[in-house]
Structure formats: C-alpha cells, structure tokens
Ligand binder design. Structure first.
Ligand SMILES: NC(=O)c1ccc[n+]([C@@H]2O[C@H](COP(=O)([O-])OP(=O)(O)OC[C@H]3O[C@@H](n4cnc5c(N)ncnc54)[C@H](OP(=O)(O)O)[C@@H]3O)[C@@H](O)[C@H]2O)c1
Length: 184
C-alpha cells in the first residue's frame, strides 16, 4: 500500500485494511541537514515532527486497536543515536528523535495494559539513502533488521544496534558526552 504517515485518511485506511496486524514497525522518517539557528529552522523542525513524531503517534494509535484484539503484539519505533546526541549538522532531526524516544516510552506505558510490547531501536549510521552523501562508517540495513527482530523476540524494550550507540546510551547515566568529556 502507498502510505503517507502524515495523511489521516491514508493511515486510517491502512489500519482498516490490515486488521490482522501483530507487528507495527514505525520506520518512516526524514532527516534534513541543518542547525537550529539556520533560516527556516522552525519550519524544518515542524516538518521533522510531522513525520518523525506525529506520524509515529498517529500510526501507533491507528493500529493499537487491532494489536489489542490480536493479543497485544508489538510496535517497534526506529529511533537514533541522535535521540541522545544533538549535533548542529542534523539538529532538527535530533530534536525530533529525542521527542520520538519520549513518545516511545510514553506509548509503552499507555499500551502496557493491552500487552503491546513497545520497542525503541536506536542506531548510528545505516547504509541507506538517508545518509548516502556522508563518508562515515555505516551498519548494513540487514544487520539492523536482524537486531530489530531479535529484540522483539527477546521481549526487549530498547535496543542499540551498534557499539557507538551502546556507548552513548551507557554514558547518559554517568554524564559522559560523545567527545569523551564529562559535564562539570
Ligand atoms: N540511515 C541512517 O543512518 C539512520 C540512522 C538511525 C536511524 N535511522 C532511521 O531509520 C528510519 C528509516 O530511514 P532510512 O535510513 O531507511 O532512510 P531512507 O532511505 O531515506 O528511507 C526513509 C523512508 O521513510 C519513508 N517516509 C518518509 N516520510 C514518510 C511519510 N510521511 N510517510 C510514509 N513514509 C515516509 C520514505 O518513503 P519515500 O521513499 O516514499 O519517501 C522512505 O521509505 C528513519 O526513521 C530514520 O530516522 C536512519
């Protein structure tokens, strides 16, 4: 099906057509280069939120009823190391992924009673069109997908799919930033 997660008619039609769903993967996302002080930063942030946050919530709400009827099932939200580290090159994207992380944690609580597992998947760079122009080490999509399914099968609430992302997550609790420094 063609589906725009920002189009209420489209996600309602998808949910209606797929009432047998047991797994929803919120993978749709946009990432535009830019800092929060650029011209047009407010519009850029709104665009990122429309897809990366409101789209994720809308899809989750649209499919929650069928997931409940089908035994609970699972929702996996594709997040990012940018949920935890915000860089000027991808700042609006990072803000939206931080919000999507909070959204994921909120959905987990809201859907606990209907026994829907809600998983947040955090990744560094993955070799897709999104980062085609960036010369950085990248994971393969297949490796990320494998870890996504393993996390769901293991009943996990969160998975970080590469070493850098795991280090950043671990650093949150001790306040170590990505460049190795600690806050004063
Ligand atoms: N690549 C990375 O390094 C990386 C790292 C961490 C997290 N992620 C996350 O991984 C997810 C997938 O991204 P990707 O790397 O596969 O990027 P991608 O190659 O650019 O693919 C993004 C996908 O999202 C779809 N999409 C965008 N807006 C949409 C909308 N409004 N409704 C429905 N679909 C929409 C696109 O569909 P169309 O092609 O039809 O526009 C495309 O299929 C995203 O959430 C991204 O933030 C990526």
């Amino acid at each position: 099906m063609v589906l725009d997660v920002t189009d209420p008619g489209a996600f309602a039609a998808a949910a209606d057509a797929a009432r047998d769903v047991t797994l929803l993967i919120n993978n749709a996302g946009i990432a535009r280069l830019g800092s929060l002080t650029d011209d047009g930063a407010l519009d850029a942030l709104r665009d990122h939120f429309e897809t990366n946050v409101f789209g994720m919530l809308a899809m989750s709400r649209a499919f929650a009823g069928s997931l409940a009827v089908n035994g609970g099932g699972a929702i996996l939200n594709v997040l990012s190391v940018a949920s935890w580290v915000n860089r000027p090159i991808l700042s609006a994207y990072g803000v939206s992924k931080s919000a999507a992380w909070a959204l994921t944690n909120g959905l987990r609580q809201s859907l606990r009673e209907q026994r829907t597992q809600v998983v947040g998947l955090h990744a560094g760079f993955i070799d897709t069109d999104l980062v085609r122009g960036l010369e950085v080490p990248k994971a393969t999509p297949a490796d990320v997908v494998r870890q996504a399914y393993e996390a769901i099968e293991a009943g996990a609430e969160e998975v970080s799919t590469d070493e850098l992302t795991r280090q950043v997550k671990a650093g949150l609790s001790v306040g170590i930033y990505l460049n190795g420094t600690a806050p004063r």
